[in-house]
Design a protein around this ligand. Structure first.
Ligand SMILES: O=P(O)(O)O[C@@H]1[C@@H](OP(=O)(O)O)[C@H](OP(=O)(O)O)[C@H](O)[C@H](OP(=O)(O)O)[C@H]1OP(=O)(O)O
Ligand SMILES: Nc1ncnc2c1ncn2[C@@H]1O[C@H](COP(=O)(O)OP(=O)(O)OP(=O)(O)O)[C@@H](O)[C@H]1O
Length: 457
């Protein structure tokens, strides 16, 4: 098997490592149900592909395991693929236009964006003022560089991307193209041409990217080469991504539900260069829906953690209640209905705490999902009226927008979230803000030395 078919297969099949075959089947069923009954309601029918469970011959799975092992980034090799149960999840290849059958043999470009959290917490439970000013992504960048996850910090700020303001979105996308990290990948005909294969191997050669993209944006080859050509192509790319992200190609039930007002909290981040107000996102676009789902985190981890502890305490006393509380599923209609209660009045019950915990898990999932934009050039008379089209100066594209990686974040990850939040904020205060502010810097030095300094009054 050549590498290209192997990659396509890898994208289409997601296997999970777990315990007994029954447990694996149950786990996979939960993932499918969660996509079908919960995420489709929040994001919309057309954006979510919940996949299906299939059974594969064990010999095939074993061979697949051997083939993909050398292809996997080193940092992911702590997770093993399950080669024993024969169960697998089959997902459409989202680097292709959806629905696929409409455009089987066309050249295709796909942009994958992991946008991360697009709002600043507005909860009164937030204990550090900085969290109301600088977004988590921008603060986390400093810790990631210090930990060696990335070599350089990115200028990308999710609040710019989610602003709906084209100028800010342009800046956000340009920053992603400069420092892709794990937030941007570009595929041509299903093959990765831009982005990180693993954490150490990031491609950010714009000339090389422009060479790949030129036939898509300037099909008659009328553009001279060189830096001007590269810049023009990158600009066209940013334009199509922006238009696709702002397009509304679906409706969904949660679109009719009472929503978390998007205007809550600050609409720009102090760490970003762009402090323009947001223009607001169109209600039907995937960014809007993603942000709505993210904003189910209304209390911030600081307000949520005590509620998690309340549920934990209850479960310690009544462990048999875990299944009634639907902590590990089933993710059905009843589970979805309970998520719609946005009330913030804590009546001290486990029911209130549980609703907030489950909403938080949905929000976490939406903060970590990816958006896939698939684009295929079409001629004017070829474009059907039913399909959305985006125009550039010299070409036109039909496109589809999908959301990827919607596995519900585990209940057990909440203590980790709480700890990580503290680490991100403390690192930022100590190493970034303090350096910008000499008074704070001295304060930290004093704290670090654990010396009590007495001043004459
Ligand atoms: O906590 P974060 O924001 O760093 O997000 C983690 C991601 O890191 P990132 O910040 O995107 O580089 C992290 O991304 P990588 O695997 O490092 O590319 C995972 O997506 C992780 O999810 P899970 O624990 O594997 O389910 C993510 O963890 P969750 O917080 O979503 O559980
Ligand atoms: N259905 C799909 N179509 C196209 N590409 C996909 C699909 N599913 C996953 N991918 C590609 O694979 C990458 C990893 O996917 P995902 O994060 O879902 O895997 P994972 O199970 O978390 O991986 P790992 O086990 O390595 O942590 C995505 O960022 C995307 O580029």
């Amino acid at each position: 098997m050549g590498l290209e078919p192997l990659r396509t297969l890898l994208s289409a099949i997601k296997l999970l490592c777990s315990h007994t075959p029954e447990e694996i089947l149950h786990h996979l069923q939960n993932i499918v149900d969660f996509g079908k009954h919960v995420m489709k309601q929040f994001f919309g029918e057309n954006y979510v592909h919940h996949g299906e469970i299939i059974q594969l011959p064990l010999d095939f799975v074993r061979q697949l395991c051997l083939k993909i092992q050398p292809e996997r980034p080193e940092c992911r090799c702590d997770k093993d693929m399950d080669a024993l149960s024969g169960y697998a999840m089959c997902l459409p290849n989202l680097t292709r236009l959806q629905p696929f059958r409409l455009a089987e043999h066309r050249p295709i470009l796909c942009i994958e964006i992991k946008p991360k959290c697009g709002f600043i917490p507005f909860s009164s439970h937030v204990s550090q003022e900085i969290k109301h000013k600088v977004c988590r992504y921008c603060m986390h960048q400093h810790l990631k560089v210090a930990n060696g996850k990335w070599k350089r910090p990115s200028k990308y700020c999710p609040l710019d991307l989610f602003s709906g303001n084209k100028q800010r979105m342009h800046f956000a996308l340009k920053s992603l193209l400069q420092e892709a990290q794990n937030n941007l990948k570009i595929f041509k005909n299903g093959e990765l041409i831009y982005g990180c294969k693993d954490d150490q191997d990031c491609v950010s050669d714009w000339n090389e990217l422009a060479r790949h993209l030129k036939p898509f944006f300037f099909p008659s080859n009328g553009l001279v080469s060189g830096p001007h050509c590269t810049r023009t192509i990158v600009k066209e790319l940013i334009h199509v991504i922006t238009m696709a992200l702002l397009s509304s190609t679906d409706t969904c039930r949660a679109g009719h539900m009472k929503t978390v007002p998007i205007s809550q909290g600050r609409s720009y981040c102090e760490a970003s260069k762009h402090k323009l107000e947001s223009s607001g996102l169109p209600r039907g676009c995937l960014l809007y829906k993603t942000l709505q789902a993210q904003m189910l985190d209304m209390l911030d981890i600081e307000g949520l953690y005590p509620l998690y502890s309340r549920v934990e305490q209850y479960l310690e006393e009544f462990p048999e209640e875990r299944s009634t509380l639907q902590i590990d599923g089933p993710y059905n209609e009843a589970f979805y209905e309970k998520l719609l209660d946005l009330s913030l009045e804590d009546d001290g019950t486990v029911a209130f705490a549980l609703t907030k915990v489950q909403q938080y898990r949905i929000a976490m999932t939406a903060k970590d999902c990816s958006i896939m934009i698939a684009l295929s050039p079409c001629l004017q008379d070829e474009c059907s009226e039913q399909r959305p089209v985006v125009l550039t100066s010299k070409s036109r594209f039909i496109f589809s927008v999908s959301v990827l990686d919607l596995d519900l974040k585990p209940y057990e990850s909440i203590p980790h979230q709480y700890k990580l939040d503290g680490e991100i904020v403390n690192y930022y205060l100590k190493n970034v803000q303090a350096k910008e502010d000499p008074v704070m810097s001295n304060l930290f030095k004093e704290n670090e030395d654990c010396t009590l300094v007495l001043h004459k009054v």
